[in-house]
Write a protein that binds this ligand. Structure first.
Ligand code: ADP
Ligand code: ADP
Length: 224
């Protein structure tokens, strides 16, 4: 599903990633852990095509994404990669339903189909009765689940999550990870999750431990 080879990233000649190799299979839930400044977010941004590596290659869904530029890159990203961030970044003036639909409209899918899928996702995520609410009328846990539905609207190959539980209490944080597992079980959805939450990181199939711009360890989860 995702292969990255010998990725490096320099910021004004300062090496931040120093040769990272990653392979993620379809349906896997992989967490990236490590102390602050280790390069986790930088790596996720590269894997999500939000930033370009200084050197190295990334293959996603059989496409060499490091070769894509401009509109082709933007289209590929919107179609094949879902994003969840620490802060949900929902548009405050739109309802939950509208927020979920927007990436589907941008992708040019027929409106009826987008709305049906949005409804299905909101129902699946336990938000069926909240679809007409604006973000400010939803709880923190609900807002983040709307962001998950939005990430899934275009049936992405992979979802990249950067500290998705960073703004949630421990109960909602745990529920969000359990939701990732349920989406994997139902739809074989693939997730790469950056987290510094040591309790939640093992709620995954595999933890990649980053230190000083490299992956220094890999921990297979025994059970979740
Ligand atoms: P983590 O997510 O593990 O905390 P980051 O990927 O955010 O680590 O950062 C890794 C290193 O790269 C840090 O030293 C950070 O200061 C530096 N860095 C991140 N983004 C930039 C940037 N846009 N310009 C310069 N340095 C950056
Ligand atoms: P959670 O434990 O998921 O954070 P809360 O205890 O914050 O949930 O909220 C419980 C219920 O109250 C939820 O259904 C939520 O949508 C609703 N709710 C929370 N804040 C507001 C608000 N400002 N306006 C309307 N409903 C709200």
């Amino acid at each position: 599903m995702l292969t990255a080879r010998n990725l490096t990233k320099n910021y004004s000649n300062l090496p931040v990633l120093k040769g990272v190799d990653i392979q993620v299979s379809k349906g896997e839930i992989v967490t990236i852990v490590g102390s602050s400044g280790a390069g986790k977010s930088t790596l996720l941004h590269l894997l999500g095509t939000l930033d370009t590596p200084t050197s190295g290659q990334i293959f996603l869904h059989d496409e060499d994404v490091t070769a894509l530029r401009g509109k082709a890159l933007a289209d590929f990203r919107n179609q094949h990669i879902g994003f969840i961030f620490q802060f949900h970044h929902l548009l405050p003036e739109f309802t939950a339903m509208e927020n979920v639909c927007i990436p589907g409209y941008i992708a040019g899918h027929p409106k009826k189909g987008v709305k049906e899928r949005a409804m299905f996702l909101l129902d699946t995520l336990g938000l069926g009765s909240r679809q007409d609410h604006k973000p400010s009328a939803l709880s923190g846990g609900e807002q983040q689940r709307v962001a998950v539905a939005r990430a899934l609207i275009n049936t992405p190959a992979i979802v990249m999550a950067d500290e998705p539980t960073g703004n949630l209490d421990s109960h909602n944080a745990r529920e969000l990870h359990q939701l990732f597992f349920s989406l994997r079980d139902q739809f074989n959805q693939t997730f790469v999750i950056v987290t510094h939450n040591e309790e939640l990181a093992p709620l995954s199939d595999r933890q990649l431990v980053m230190k000083d711009g490299k992956i220094v360890d890999e921990i297979k989860s025994v059970s979740h």
